[in-house]
Write a protein that binds this ligand. Structure first.
Ligand code: CA
Length: 514
């Protein structure tokens, strides 16, 4: 399985060092050059990419919803990043950031309505040019045809939870079954082929789950009837001191979940007879109990919360089961030792925090995404990193591992030193965030800066500013922007976010005062 190019000896790693020392790209806003790596060269890359998977729902992150055994095993065997954040917390923009290593205003996908320009530089193209066999299987969600892949099978748009159509270079194919399993079946077929070749490979294995509307699969639909999930402390947040958009948003568990579509008071369309029978066996008794004694007021909010979070977690356990199949296949095909496995998501999500579902906001639960990396022989098992890492960093990381750090410029920084357990003294101290979209869920555009301890958010439409002390106030309910004792810090962060925007070439909306 190991070719000369794909050798995993330390000698090959050291030979690569010379080319890495040549430095990185020099694009606008590019951060410090990556340090030389002593890791084995050119591993395979299995990139497991979720849609809306919140870190706080993974056992290894201390989930209040219980264990996620296979994902947790990746953390036990690898490195868990505590502070991984996106630059723009929404699906298509996050995907464009990952592929390009560049912020939304540079890669041309600021919102979900934008079409990704597949003609621009991406890391899959660079890996393909460097001799990797590249594949994209599952959710693509960038409107344009995938580029840079030897093989792709992707959902059209959001795609359904059941019986998906997959688009391929040779046309489209309808598959019967639960989409999480179908995508895995196709990923396993790719791994079988890849294992028979000497080429190193990149597999982007990208799930639809657990995106709204959280339809469980046949193996998980019956779970959780006898448990009550703990509520977050901010389920009934009053939004006092925070920007007016917090109260006027349209993503509230109390009022914006739809009875049939979101809360499953009717079965979804598109199921075949067998799937529908399994579905109804689980939901009909639950729905009958609801209709016999419908809760009202705060009790209805609590009922919505339970129904929503249980469906979400059923989807997660469905993915977890499939991740187990993939890890088993890596072992069986003798690929584990030569493969960097990344488990991550496009952004985080609210599981009742602030009374919400969905994402978009710069608050912690949707700003943070889960990030777990396993690479036997390189990554120390059971370790954690507190460094601030950003979804901009994936491209630079994979370029370095493929031995082509200069193949394209990015605005991120290679994570390879962190994977090797180093703690670079010049690692980033803050990250720049901007949400652009106007429309769905009525979240106002905003921008800000997060440091290891604080967060600044500015809302140009309302002229509102928020400042949080993340250590004293991890739930972000005490806005300190008006506190005279914080004025010096506030001024420093406001200057810093503007300096970062200028360095990165982003034009902020005109200040409307405070
Ligand atoms: Ca998403």
């Amino acid at each position: 399985m190991v070719s000369s190019l794909h050798a995993t000896s330390l000698g090959a790693g050291l030979a690569l060092t010379a080319s890495l020392l040549a430095g990185s790209g020099s694009g606008s806003g590019t951060e410090a050059p990556p340090e030389a790596s002593s890791a084995p060269s050119r591993p395979n890359v299995l990139f497991i990419y979720m849609d809306d998977h919140a870190a706080q729902t993974i056992g290894a992150y201390g989930s209040r919803f219980g264990p996620t055994p296979n994902i947790d095993s990746l953390a036990a065997d690898g490195l868990l990043f505590r502070n991984a954040f996106c630059t723009n917390s929404i699906c298509a923009p996050a995907r464009a950031v990952v592929l390009t290593g560049k912020h939304s205003h540079v890669n041309g996908v600021p919102d979900n309505r934008s079409t990704f320009d597949g003609g621009q530089e991406t890391f899959p193209k660079a890996l393909q040019a460097a001799g990797y066999r590249t594949a994209m299987i599952g959710k693509w969600h960038l409107r344009s045809t995938p580029t840079g892949f030897d093989h792709y099978e992707v959902l059209r748009g959001q795609g359904p939870y059941y019986n998906p159509l997959l688009l391929t270079p040779d046309g489209q194919q309808r598959h019967r079954g639960y989409t999480t399993e179908v995508i895995t079946d196709r990923a396993l077929a790719f791994l079988e082929e890849a294992a028979a070749s000497e080429q190193p490979w990149l597999l982007m294995y990208q799930h639809k789950a657990p995106h709204r509307n959280w339809q469980p699969g046949p193996n998980e639909v019956g779970l959780f009837d006898d448990v009550t999930f703990p509520e977050p402390p901010t389920l009934f947040d009053d939004y006092a001191t925070r920007n007016p958009g917090c109260a006027s948003q349209e993503m509230s568990i109390a009022t914006h979940l739809r009875d049939e579509y979101d809360l499953k008071l009717a079965p979804p369309p598109g199921l075949d007879e067998e799937q529908l029978t399994t579905w109804k066996a689980a939901y009909d008794p639950r729905n009958a109990a609801f209709r016999a004694d419908p809760p009202t007021g705060d009790e209805r909010t609590r009922w919505n919360y339970q129904r929503y979070t249980k469906d979400y977690m059923r989807c997660i356990l469905g993915v977890d089961r499939q991740v187990g199949r993939v890890l088993e296949a890596l072992e069986r095909l003798e690929l584990s030792d030569d493969t960097l496995v990344i488990y991550t998501s496009d952004q985080g999500f609210y599981l009742g925090e602030h009374g919400w579902y969905d994402k978009r906001w710069m608050y912690e639960e949707s700003l943070r995404f889960p990030l777990i990396a396993r690479w036997p022989g390189v990554i120390e098992p059971g370790t954690e990193s507190e460094e601030l890492v950003v979804n901009l960093d994936f491209a630079a990381t994979f370029l370095e591992l493929a031995g082509v750090p200069e193949a394209m410029t990015t605005q991120g920084r290679s994570l390879v030193p962190l994977l090797e357990g180093e703690a670079p003294t010049d690692w980033r101290e803050d990250l720049y965030y901007r949400y652009y979209e106007v429309g769905e869920h009525a979240v106002p555009p905003h921008f800000g800066l997060r440091t290891a301890t604080h967060k600044l958010i500015e809302f140009p439409d309302s002229g509102f500013t928020e400042l949080f002390d993340l250590q004293a106030d991890p739930h972000e309910v005490q806005n300190l922007a008006g506190d005279p004792a914080q004025a010096e810090l506030l001024g420093r962060l406001q200057a810093r976010v503007r300096a970062r925007a200028a360095e990165l070439g982003d034009a902020l909306p005109e200040d409307v005062g405070d």
